[in-house]
Design a protein around this ligand. Structure first.
Ligand code: KIV
Ligand code: ZN
Length: 511
């Protein structure tokens, strides 16, 4: 069996999805969950892109212990130096450095000749290898590059010290057969190829990212890059959970094994979907809501008699569990902490105490508290814990043929209290107008979505919004028992992000 490593770039390529902006705490939560999933390499960000990226890569590198953490760098020494500062605290500092190799990129973007690109690539790999024990080198737009030139530059960067060679299909253009042929070509024409791991990195513009990744495995790739839920630039990257489950289910064909803990897939996918606001299509392979639903009578009959008649993947394999009632209002702190640990959260006493109070408040209103409810409570606390503006009180008056009015009390980070009231065509609009007035900000609501966690009349309401202010777009989430409260919290969560982005732009932090 050939071992295949997974390189997850949800926090870098995935975060480049339009409209996605994760804060530090959210990135840390995702990294910890990727570690639980037993991802081999986590690309935590692009340290030279901004102070925020630098900080999150640095923190993730110091927190994550069982996966290798890496950061992206362009082929310039300042990017490599910044990446070193961010990654030097990790167990095995690993750099991901790239340069474009296709004629179209070299001529129009880099304005360099192939010889100049080769020289820069070699210099930068040598420079990085002086400090980083592992340097991964990527040929951006490799799949539209001239193959003899690709082989020449790959040979040179391996000689310069690269330990992993990545062959990205940057624009999602190649077909499976062609992609496999690129790997075969390199294996035949690069004399030192046996010294490195060969990596595949596919984008999904033509819907072929997963199948291209599998073709690369067949042609000798030993590392697959991608994101959870396939999020990423434009149409996204290869969905790692799909690649992993395909390799597992068709082990007879691919003859490979991986380290991924497949039963953590569902939770990882849910977390990333919640935090990025990118909804999963119900019919999405492996993790979609309908992936294990059997509608036709013939199928239902078959599955009842023997699940394998129509199910090639069991729900348990990917961590889809039947809805369980786990805790209720009589549950004590000890049971609460145990359950949190079972669903993957090891929290400090202080955090458990705060959450336990929230759990008790919820249990007064809701009879059965499920794992999903607990998960929502923890994530809400973890990501919204240190907000600049906090909702202190909310009152809404509404009725049919009446003008809705909201009154809101906000607490600012410096302790000052703002109280305002405003009207709107409906309750949610009244709330959002009032929040705008409290903060003297003009905002546009771009997206608003609401869903019940677990369903039922006493379900928690989860609201996702996207807003725009002064050309900045940000998303926000809110969870509460009441739909209007969760609507207000989601909007405020997005406002908090906009304020932070605005501040970092003012400080000219973006490089
Ligand atoms: O798609 C791509 O080419 C990339 C590189 C930076 C590796 O993401
Ligand atoms: Zn990419």
């Amino acid at each position: 069996m050939q071992k295949i490593k997974f390189f997850d770039t949800t926090l870098r390529d995935g975060e480049q999805s339009p409209g996605v902006n994760l804060n530090l705490q959210e990135k840390i939560e995702i990294a910890k969950q990727l570690e639980r999933l037993q991802i081999d390499i986590i690309e935590a960000g692009f340290p030279a892109a901004s102070k925020g990226d630098f900080e999150s890569v640095k923190q993730i590198a110091s927190i994550v212990k069982n996966s290798s953490v890496t950061g992206l760098a362009r082929s310039v020494t300042s990017d490599i130096d910044t990446a070193w500062e961010a990654l030097k605290g990790s167990a095995e500092p690993r750099l991901h450095v790239f340069i474009a190799t296709s004629p179209i990129h070299m001529v129009h973007k880099l304005q360099k000749t192939p010889d100049q690109v080769l020289e820069t690539a070699v210099e930068m790999v040598k420079y990085a290898s002086r400090r980083f024990p592992v340097v991964q080198w990527s040929a951006e737009d490799a799949c539209r590059s001239d193959l003899p030139f690709l082989a020449k530059i790959v040979t040179a960067v391996i000689d310069a010290g690269a330990k992993v060679i990545n062959i990205p299909d940057t624009v999602g253009y190649i077909t499976p057969e062609e992609y496999g042929n690129v790997f075969k070509y390199l294996r035949e024409h690069v004399p030192n190829i046996h010294k490195v791991d060969l990596s595949a990195h596919c984008h999904d513009d033509l819907g072929m990212a997963v199948v291209n990744s599998l073709a690369a495995v067949q042609a000798g790739a030993t590392q697959i890059e991608g994101t959870i839920n396939g999020i990423g630039e434009r149409a996204g990257n290869a969905a790692l959970e799909e690649v992993a489950v395909a390799l597992h289910t068709r082990k007879d064909f691919y003859q490979t094994e991986t380290n991924m803990r497949l039963n953590e897939i569902k939770r990882t996918s849910d977390l990333i979907s919640k935090l990025t606001g990118m909804v999963i299509a119900p019919n999405k392979a492996v993790i979609g809501r309908n992936a294990f639903a059997h509608e036709s009578g013939i199928h239902q009959d078959g599955v009842l008699k023997e699940p394998t008649t129509y199910e090639i993947i069991s729900p348990e394999l990917v961590g889809v569990k039947p809805k369980t009632m786990v805790l209720g209002k009589h549950s004590g702190r000890h049971a609460f902490r145990n359950r949190l640990e079972e669903i993957g959260f090891s929290l400090s006493d202080e955090k458990v105490n705060v959450l336990f109070q929230k759990f008790k408040d919820l249990a007064d209103k809701k009879k059965d508290i499920t794992d999903d409810d607990l998960f929502a409570l923890v994530i809400q606390k973890q990501v919204n814990g240190d907000e600049l503006y906090k909702l202190e009180a909310l009152q809404v008056q509404h009725g049919m043929n009446q003008i809705a009015t909201a009154t809101i009390t906000l607490k600012k980070y410096d302790g000052t209290i703002v109280q305002e009231a405003a009207t709107g065509a409906g309750s949610v609009e009244a709330i959002y107008n009032t929040l705008g007035r409290c903060l003297d900000m003009q905002m546009k609501l771009v997206d608003y979505r609401i869903q019940a966690i677990n369903g039922g009349p006493d379900a928690l309401a989860e609201v996702y919004v996207k807003i725009e202010c002064n050309g900045i777009e940000a998303s926000g989430r809110g969870v509460a028992y009441d739909v209007l409260e969760s609507s207000a919290k989601a909007y405020l969560n997005a406002i908090n992000r906009i304020v932070l982005i605005q501040e970092s732009r003012e400080k000219q932090e973006v490089i």
